[in-house]
Design a protein around this ligand. Structure first.
Ligand code: NAD
Length: 307
C-alpha cells in the first residue's frame, strides 16, 4: 500500500507534522475500492465481512456502525449479526461455525467486549484463522511471531501503515511502546521489531516510565489514560503515536475524546504526532477492510506471495 504522502501532511505552526490518519485511511479506501471492483470483475463475487455483536454496549454499537459504513464505501458486503445479551456460548458457537462455512463471508469479527457469561478466548479461537480479520487467533499471532504472512491485528497494523505513509524510518531506531495488550501493545512490538526497530515495551509495572519514554525516537502510547504522556517524557523531534481513546470531562460538563498524550504540550516537541480523533482510529478501520480483501483473495486462491 502506498497512500499519498505529502498531500496528507498538515503542518500547524510551531509544532510537529500531524500524522493525518483520517486522510491516509481515505486514500487506502480509494485503493481498496478499486481492488474490490477489479476482484468482482475477475470472480463475479464480492468480499464479505460478518460483524458479530452481542448485547447493547453503546460504544460497540458505534464502532460496528462505523465498520459497516466503511464496508459500504469500498464495496465489501457486510453481514450484521446482532445477538441478544443473554445469548449462550453454544448458540454463539453455532453462529460462528455457520459463518466459518459461509462462502459469502470472508472475514468474521467478534466485537468485544462480550457479556460476562461468554468466554472471549474460546470464541475467538473458534473463528477460522483465515477469516480472523482481527488477527487474534493464536495461529495468526504465531504467524506474526514467526514473521510469516497472515492476518494481523488492525490497530497495530494501522500504526505501521501510518508510519510508512509518512516515510518514518524505523530501522535501527529506538521504538518504545507503552502498553502490552494482546490487541495492541504486544503485536505492535513484534511489527516494529520486524521493521528492524530496537523495541522496548513498557507497561503498568514499569519503573521510570518517563525515562524509558524519553529515549524513544518513536514513542507509541496504547494505555487508555488521558494525558499520561507529558512533554518532559518526549525526546525532542521524536515521532509520537497516540493509540489511546478516552472520554475526558470538559468544564461545560460534557466530555471530549482524547488520547493518552497531552497533545497541546507534546506537539511542539515532536517531529510528528497523531491527533485524537483522526489519527490511529481511522487507520484501524482501513486495516479491517484491507484484511477482509486479503481474506477474500486467500479464499479465492488469488493471494500473491507475501501480505
Ligand atoms: P488494555 O487495557 O488491554 O491495555 C492497557 C495497557 O496499558 C496494559 O498493557 C497496561 O499494562 C498498560 N498500562 C496501564 N496503566 C499504565 C500506566 N500507568 N503506565 C504504563 N502502562 C500502563 O487496553 P488496549 O486494548 O491495549 O487499548 C489501549 C488504549 O487504546 C485504550 O484507550 C483503547 O481505547 C485504545 N484503543 C484504540 C484503538 C484505535 O483504533 N484507536 C483500538 C484499540 C484500542
Amino acid at each position: 500500500m502506498h497512500p499519498h504522502r505529502s498531500s496528507t501532511a498538515l503542518t500547524p505552526p510551531m509544532s510537529g507534522t500531524i500524522l493525518n490518519g483520517k486522510a491516509v485511511a481515505q486514500t487506502l479506501e480509494v485503493e481498496l475500492a478499486q481492488q474490490v471492483a477489479s476482484l468482482r470483475a475477475q470472480t463475479g463475487k464480492s468480499p464479505g465481512l460478518a460483524v458479530i455483536r452481542v448485547g447493547d454496549d453503546p460504544a460497540s454499537a458505534v464502532y460496528v456502525r462505523a465498520k459497516e459504513q466503511a464496508c459500504g464505501r469500498v464495496g465489501i458486503q457486510s453481514f450484521g449479526c446482532h445477538l441478544p445479551k443473554d445469548t449462550s456460548a453454544a448458540d454463539l458457537v453455532t453462529k460462528i461455525d455457520a459463518l466459518n462455512q459461509d462462502e459469502q463471508v470472508h472475514g468474521i469479527l467478534l466485537q468485544l467486549p462480550l457479556p460476562p457469561q461468554l468466554d472471549e478466548r474460546a470464541l475467538l479461537y473458534r473463528i477460522d484463522p483465515n477469516k480472523d480479520v482481527d488477527g487474534l487467533h493464536p495461529e495468526n499471532l504465531g504467524r506474526l511471531l514467526r514473521g510469516e504472512p497472515g492476518l494481523q491485528s488492525c490497530t497495530p497494523r494501522g500504526v505501521m501503515e501510518l508510519l510508512t505513509a509518512y516515510d518514518i524510518p524505523l530501522a535501527g531506531r529506538s521504538a518504545v511502546v507503552i502498553g502490552r495488550s494482546i490487541l495492541v501493545g504486544k503485536p505492535l512490538g513484534l511489527m516494529l521489531l520486524a521493521a528492524n526497530a530496537t523495541v522496548t515495551i513498557a507497561h503498568s509495572r514499569s519503573q521510570n516510565l518517563g525515562a524509558i519514554a524519553a529515549q524513544a525516537d518513536v514513542l507509541i502510547a496504547a494505555v487508555g489514560r488521558p494525558k499520561l504522556i507529558t512533554a518532559d517524557m518526549v525526546k525532542p523531534q521524536a515521532v509520537v503515536v497516540d493509540v489511546g481513546i478516552n472520554r475526558y470531562p470538559r468544564p461545560d460538563g460534557k466530555t471530549s475524546l482524547v488520547g493518552d498524550v497531552d497533545f497541546e504540550a507534546v506537539a511542539p516537541v515532536a517531529s510528528h504526532i497523531t491527533p485524537v480523533p483522526g489519527g490511529v482510529g481511522p487507520m484501524t478501520v482501513a486495516m479491517l477492510l484491507h484484511n477482509t480483501v486479503w481474506s477474500f483473495r486467500y479464499h479465492e486462491g488469488l493471494l500473491e506471495t507475501g501480505k
